[in-house]
Each structure stands twice: as structure tokens, then as C-alpha cells.
Design a protein around this ligand. Sequence first.
Ligand code: NAP
Length: 292
Amino acid sequence: MSNNKQFITGTTKLLGVIGHPVEHSLSPIMHNAAIASLGLDYVYVPFPIEPQNLQAAIQGFAAVGVVGFNVTIPHKQAILPLLSVEPIAQTVGAVNTVIRKHGQWIGTNTDVEGFLYPLQIHHQDWSQKVAVILGNGGAARAVVAGCTQLGFAEIYVVGRDMQKLKQFHRSWDNSPLAVNLQVRTWDSLPKLIPQANLLVNTTPIGMYPQVEVSPLSAEEMAHLPLGAIAYDLIYTPKPTKFLQQAQQVGVIAIDGLEMLIQQGAVALKTWLQQQVPVDVMRQALLLKLGGA
Ligand code: NAP
């Protein structure tokens, strides 16, 4: 799909991703694969934008007629005041997808839908269940919103810094979405793990190249309840040490690749206003990650 550039014409429309750094983003691979498969005159380009250039970049995008773009670190929160923000992105407190509509930039968040997608096949009544989320960064916000949508009885966010945790908790004060949210430090995990029907790793612990580390030991994970799900937002390596341990102790393991694909598919559908070939996007990523 890297040959996609040869199809650029005088009428090619622009999509892309802004971030800093953005060189390692897998989004161009999956979006350009889908665009090529649909035979559309679009191209999806990575834009390395430094924080101080964010506003200028967005104005420039409007001037050159960019149709829409994804947003990644460090702009997901910083971009909020520069856009008209949809309720889901307002709730999460972060934007990952932007579309131009009626001369305005509209910001939304497709990470929540992406996170929820692989949980669908494990559909159940979550209203008596407990979710434990490791990490309190940007991705944890989408996970909290997703777990709240599923109706979990209790949602625990576990972090290493109580000040940051309190700030995280306070940031949901005005949101009806996080009524069952509690924050805890890592030392509470021995108490929480035996109750955790869903355990989500939103920290980068175990991400390539640190493939030998895991946020928890196999001994700790052995205390997860029967039928528990361990969900790692990391997609490389595939599986992570955390998910290998989950498999060893007999709980369901979900990696972050499907979330990545589905958040991308929802974004592309929004920009193109048509169905998109999710299988093509998945294949392109698996090929890139060496798992096809
Ligand atoms: P982030 O905003 O930087 O948050 C990372 C969180 O992990 C922070 O709460 C941080 O704690 C915690 N953390 C980092 N290192 C830690 C350590 N050694 N011990 C304990 N806690 C640690 O990053 P993010 O955007 O949320 O992304 C987090 C991960 O999710 C990344 O691996 C990213 O690739 C993945 N992700 C995947 C998808 C997907 O589609 N699959 C989407 C988004 C993100 P402090 O707050 O105390 O620093």
C-alpha cells in the first residue's frame, strides 16, 4: 500500500493524522489500504506537528481543504478549545478524530467505540461486575467511558500517583458517566484483582521494545475470578507478556489491535460517509506487524 502515492491526482482529497512524534503511527497503513480498496481519490498522510504549531496547522488544514484528520499524542486534549466538540469527546476529555463540516472543525472520539467492539462477543450483564483499569492517562479516559456505557457496578482506576489519580477523578465530577468510578494506588491491587471481571492495561508497560515486562505477575493474575477478561490496549508485541500470563492462568485475553482497527474504521466512515472495508484495514495492519 506504500505505492498508494502513485495514484495522487489533481483532485486527490487529503486526510491524515497529527501528532508529535507521528512517524510510527500505523494509521496511514490501514487508512490508505482501505482507500485503495475502495478506489477513492483520497490519501491519508502523517503530519508531524509540534505543540506550538497546533493552531496554525488547523487553520492551514482548513485553508487547503483537508477533509478530516486523526489526532494523537500530544494534541488529544490541547485541541479541544480549537474545535466544536461532540459530547462523547467532551466526556472523554480528548479528541482523536476531526471532520470539517459546514466550514467548522468538529472533534469527536472514536476510541470508546473501538475499545467496546471486541467486548461485544463476550456480551453479558455487566451490572454486577467490576472493572479494574491500570493507568490514568488519555487511553484510560476512553476505557472509563466505555465501561460506564457497559454499566459496570464498579470501576476502579489504578495508578502510581495519588495526586494524578485525584485529578483524574475530579475531572469526571460534572459527568453523569462516571458515577461508579473510584481511584486506587497500585498497592490496592491484591484486594482488587480477585474482584476484577474485566482487567484493562492502559499503561505502556510491556509495549515493544520492553516486551519482557508486565504490569502484573502471573501469580497476581492467578487470583482473577473465573471467566475474567484481561484486555491490553497495547498491540505490539502481539501478545504482550500481560496477555501471555492471562492465557496461562486461563482468563480471556484481548489485545489492542482490534481497538485500533475499529477506532480507525469509525473515523474513516465519518470522513467518507460510506461503509469501509474493515477486513482490509485489519489485514494491512497484520501484514505490517508480521501477524498475517
Ligand atoms: P498516557 O496518556 O501517557 O498514559 C499512560 C499511563 O500509564 C499514565 O497513567 C502513566 O502513569 C501510566 N504509566 C506509564 N508507565 C508506567 C509505569 N512504569 N508504571 C505504572 N504506570 C505507568 O498514554 P495513553 O495515551 O493513555 O496510552 C497508553 C497505552 O495505551 C499506550 O501503550 C498506547 O499505545 C495504548 N493505546 C492503544 C490504543 C489502541 O487503539 N489499541 C489507543 C490508545 C492508546 P502516570 O500518570 O503516573 O505517569
